[in-house]
Design a protein around this ligand. Structure first.
Ligand SMILES: Nc1ncnc2c1ncn2[C@@H]1O[C@H](COP(=O)(O)OP(=O)(O)OP(=O)(O)O)[C@@H](O)[C@H]1O
Length: 591
């Protein structure tokens, strides 16, 4: 039977428009919203006969074909053509072409999703229809991104790394964008160099490899040798055509994401365009990148044994950056790492030290894009410590986590590692204002694990079954809940999630023999240090160790801090003595 309050709930939902209502009525993610009216299980509790009665009432209208939408579209096109025609008619046509590509792909994807989401979500074909729709729309978007290039490639790369948020069909379709960045011609680059520095390539460099060592969305990097000093350098040159299209492309990105939000209020992704509007101007200014390099180098100079190496800046202009040339193996080039005698377990531990320091360290800058292309490992024979360096490239995007958030986030992770749900809930609320209902989803998002595992133990490796379980839950409505949840958390949390996710993927590609226990212990060490620092600060502000209650407080803090450290030391000793090849060999001999 339909609960008494149901018609009221339905009427409330009908208010936006009948087509939205039909769409909403079928969206499994709205179970949370329906919960109050239909009990646990939400709308699924409504007998299907009653449900069809409601959902067949209205016939969906195609909103973007209404006159005001046409007027808006024509005005947008006119404004774009008008603003570009002043430069040249050719420019105006190109601008119109870019706009039409984005507008038509957005409209087609919206229409496709509307039809698919309106299907009965209890039907056995629903999941496969939805997956096919994701795939079709992702391919359409990929085509536009490849054709328009410029910041759309950056957007696509960003989306492909959001595996914690987007369906696998989207993220996997965008993976090729990592290697399919447009390449600028040497003539164009030479012209830009001359404009910005007054020198040609041949005047500045005695050698210049025309084949770039890296072609990325915003820039390409060439190996060269300075004519004056003979030093080998990496020359990072911004694609000259970027500046021309960035303002329009930002407007188009906002247009597409705002429309998605308008038609599917459950999938608010417009924060992504806001984030791009904020970060792109900084990323496009290489003088800012040079400042970031100085900052992060200074920060890690004080931290022993991290093995982190950052290329030195030789000089920087807005569109040109000259760096010390440093090469190494990719993190996923396992054959080369093994051949060079570099332990993958140690690389994994080093990465954990570096990125946990960035997240939990005092005043640490957080690198927000640690994907595979931005890291390299090179051999380095030291007397003590690891026999390799971790090279970190691309310092365009850094953020600093506010102290209070960093500390609450550390406490949240300590609770996750202890499997203490009550504490997890408290700190999730402190970090991001997460409510009781949202908590399981948030816990899954930060750990990349399903909630059952979060409650049991996250320090086990992710099994295939668990990955399939998460994918199925995503198809069954978790996706839109997650998107809504993340649209409302502070932006910095999204960047932390992205960094978490990328470092998890780096770690997985190393296929370390130890499993994730050690990286979690390293994380616990950094978290407990952050908490210990807070305790020290509280005690110092409360009159120091002269008060007995402060002595007890410090003793407690010291105990928890050293307990975590001890666990890590014991685990590392165990690894060294029981897993180290030479020791294992001696053990086998003695047996
Ligand atoms: N100092 C350097 N020495 C050697 N190679 C370098 C150096 N700096 C960058 N590279 C190479 O060039 C590639 C692109 O550089 P970088 O990541 O800085 O460009 P980007 O435009 O910011 O890229 P994206 O934002 O897509 O990651 C790197 O992946 C790396 O392989």
């Amino acid at each position: 039977m339909l609960p008494a309050k149901a018609p009221y709930a339905i009427r409330a939902l009908r208010r936006p428009s009948s087509s939205t209502y039909r769409l909403l009525a079928n969206a499994p993610s709205l179970n949370v919203l329906y919960h109050a009216h239909f009990g646990p299980g939400g709308f699924r509790n409504v007998p299907s006969a009653a449900r069809t009665l409601y959902i067949t009432i209205p016939k969906p209208r195609v909103r973007y074909l209404r006159p005001r939408w046409l007027v808006a579209g024509v005005s947008l096109a006119a404004v774009i053509v008008g603003s570009y025609i002043s430069e040249s008619p050719y420019h105006a046509i190109m601008a119109l072409e870019r706009t039409m590509r984005v507008a038509s792909a957005t409209a087609r994807c919206i229409q496709d999703y509307r039809h698919t989401l309106a299907l009965d979500n209890d039907s056995p074909d629903y999941a496969s229809s939805l997956s096919a729709c994701h795939q079709r729309c992702a391919r359409r978007a990929l085509k536009v991104m490849e054709k328009n290039g410029s910041i759309f490639i950056k957007l696509g790369q960003h989306l492909s790394s959001m595996t914690y948020l987007l369906p696998i069909e989207w993220t996997s379709t965008f993976v090729p964008l990592q290697d399919r960045c447009p390449r600028s011609s040497i003539e164009d680059l030479d012209r830009m160099l001359q404009q910005d520095t007054g020198f040609k390539i041949s005047e500045l460099f005695s050698e210049f490899d025309e084949e770039p060592i890296g072609t990325a969305s915003l820039a390409q990097v060439h190996r060269a040798r300075l004519r004056e000093s003979g030093e080998e350098v990496a020359v990072k040159l911004q694609h000259p055509s970027l500046a021309e299209w960035v303002p329009l492309d930002l407007v188009l990105t906002r247009f597409a994401l705002t429309n998605i939000k308008f038609f599917f209020p459950e999938y608010p992704m417009d924060w992504l365009s806001e984030e791009m509007e904020l970060s792109l101007p900084v990323e496009l200014d290489f003088e800012e990148e040079a400042k970031n390099i100085h900052r992060v180098t200074e920060h890690f100079r004080k931290i022993p044994n991290t093995a982190l190496v950052i290329p030195k800046v030789i000089w920087a202009k807005k569109r040109i950056l000259l760096l010390e040339y440093l090469r190494g193996y990719r993190v996923d080039d396992l054959a080369s790492l093994d051949q060079a005698g570099i332990s993958r377990d140690e690389v994994s531990a080093s990465l954990a030290h570096i990125f946990n320091e960035m997240i939990f360290g005092n005043n640490a800058p957080l690198h927000c894009d640690p994907h595979h292309g931005n890291l390299a490992i090179r051999p380095n024979k030291r007397r003590r410590g690891p026999n390799f360096d971790v090279i970190l490239y691309d310092h365009g995007l850094y953020r600093e986590i506010p102290v209070s958030m960093r500390r609450s986030y550390a406490k949240l992770w300590l609770a996750v590692l202890d499997g203490d749900e009550a504490r997890m809930r408290v700190y999730a609320s402190e970090v991001a204002g997460i409510t009781t209902e949202q908590f399981p989803l948030f816990a899954s998002a930060i750990t990349g694990r399903d909630f059952v595992t979060v409650k049991a133990s996250v320090s086990t490796a992710r099994s295939e079954t668990e990955k399939e379980h998460i994918a199925a839950a995503m198809a069954d409505g978790m996706l839109s809940q997650l998107i809504q949840l993340l649209a409302n958390v502070p932006r910095i949390i999204l960047l932390i999630l992205k960094t978490n996710d990328l470092t998890r993927s780096l770690d997985e590609s190393l296929q370390s023999s130890i499993g994730p226990e050690r990286t979690f212990l390293i994380m616990a060490d950094y978290c407990s240090r952050a908490v210990f620092d807070e305790e020290k600060e509280i005690v110092a502000n409360d009159g120091g160790l002269l008060k007995p209650r402060n002595i007890a407080r410090m003793a407690c803090a010291l105990f928890f801090f050293f307990r975590t450290k001890l666990k890590l030391v014991v685990f590392e000793m165990y690894l060294y003595y029981w897993r180290h090849p030479s020791w294992a060999y001696q053990r086998n001999q003695s047996i």
